[in-house]
Ligand binder design. Structure first.
Ligand SMILES: Nc1ncnc2c1ncn2[C@@H]1O[C@H](COP(=O)(O)OP(=O)(O)O)[C@@H](O)[C@H]1O
Ligand SMILES: [Mg+2]
Length: 305
């Protein structure tokens, strides 16, 4: 299966949709997940991300969610561009064409621009979750790999394969982000399910020691709430939002709206205490200073007003 897909979507390949007839040229591979291949493609002067799913049913369910969201008024509206089939050597390969997000993972973005950007990015991610929850869905498989940061800390959710209607069972998950894995809640699609994963994502992004990696195949008795709370306490960058992280992990925040308010108020409070300077270092490199200035402006724009 993999080889067929790799041959079909080699750099330079011409992908012509069977039904809509649009032609895309493959520029390069962007990612290969468990569920398919994602390619950067061009059509005329525009670039897109073309996703070809191995598992037709999963792929179809992702498309159905995106179609529903396309009809609404959320910021996900224009994400799905085209849906079609590609016939390659007699085999039909379903694909979807998505808006191309030219971005970096959150970890890379923080390494480059400084850990205090987490506050702006967390705010924007909570806003996205609020939108999705408002539309009746839970994201499900929220993790570092399923979002990209573009421009000045703009957050884009990119993989809708785990999106589940509220009240149903979560259909796609990643162990360390899953509250069930930690014995801290059910796998029912509730807003608090995403908020748990959000807290893990924040801790993971700020964790230089990559502690979550060691939990991946651990025995159930070796992972518990105290380990997570210890990770919050042991992370100086998480101090501002430690109350939030604790509440999100223990299921004390039930809605993303409430989460958004708490997150914002903790940051505003801490800025009030320290002024608007995220890091107080006597000497700063020009690039860092520029990044901090930008950070300050962004905090003003997105948090305080
Ligand atoms: N719209 C997009 N723009 C840019 N890169 C993307 C886009 N969609 C996916 N990717 C890249 O491809 C990878 C796999 O895509 P994803 O949708 O997460 O597939 P899977 O369902 O297999 O996990 C992502 O981690 C990301 O690097
Ligand atoms: Mg993914």
């Amino acid at each position: 299966m993999t080889t067929l897909y790799e041959n079909a979507f080699r750099t330079g390949s011409r992908i012509e949709g069977k039904w809509n007839g649009r032609v895309y040229i493959v520029e390069r591979q962007l990612g290969a997940g468990a569920n398919g291949l994602v390619m950067l493609v061009s059509r005329g002067r525009s670039q897109y991300a073309l996703k070809a799913g191995f598992e037709t049913i999963d792929h179809q369910s992702e498309i159905n969610v995106l179609k529903t969201l396309s009809g609404g008024e959320t910021s996900f509206r224009h994400y799905l561009v085209d849906v079609d089939d590609f016939v390659y050597q007699g085999k039909t390969i379903p694909f979807s064409v998505l808006r191309y997000i030219d971005g970096a993972t959150l970890s890379t973005f923080l390494q480059k621009n400084g850990p205090d950007w987490i506050f702006v990015i967390g705010t924007k991610l909570l806003k996205k979750l609020t939108e999705l929850h408002g539309a009746g869905f839970v994201f499900g498989d929220l993790k570092l790999e399923n979002m990209l940061i573009s421009g000045y800390g703009d957050v884009e959710l990119i993989d809708f394969g785990g999106v589940t209607p509220k009240g149903n069972s979560i259909k796609q998950l990643t162990e360390v982000y899953d509250r069930g894995y930690w014995g801290m809640g059910s796998r029912v699609a509730e807003e608090s399910y995403d908020l748990f994963a959000f807290a893990i994502l924040i801790l993971n992004a700020l964790d230089k020691q990559n502690r979550f990696a060691s939990y991946r195949n651990s025995l159930p008795q070796n992972r518990n709430k105290d380990d997570l709370l210890e990770m919050i306490r042991g992370n100086p960058h998480a101090r501002t939002v430690s109350l939030f992280l604790t509440k999100a992990l223990t299921g004390e925040i039930s809605s993303s709206r409430e989460a958004f308010r708490l997150w914002k108020s903790l940051i505003v409070q801490s800025r009030g205490r320290s002024g608007l300077h995220p890091v107080r270092t006597p000497w700063l490199k020009v690039s860092l200073a520029a990044s901090l200035l930008l950070f300050g402006i962004t905090v003003y724009r997105y948090l305080l007003y």
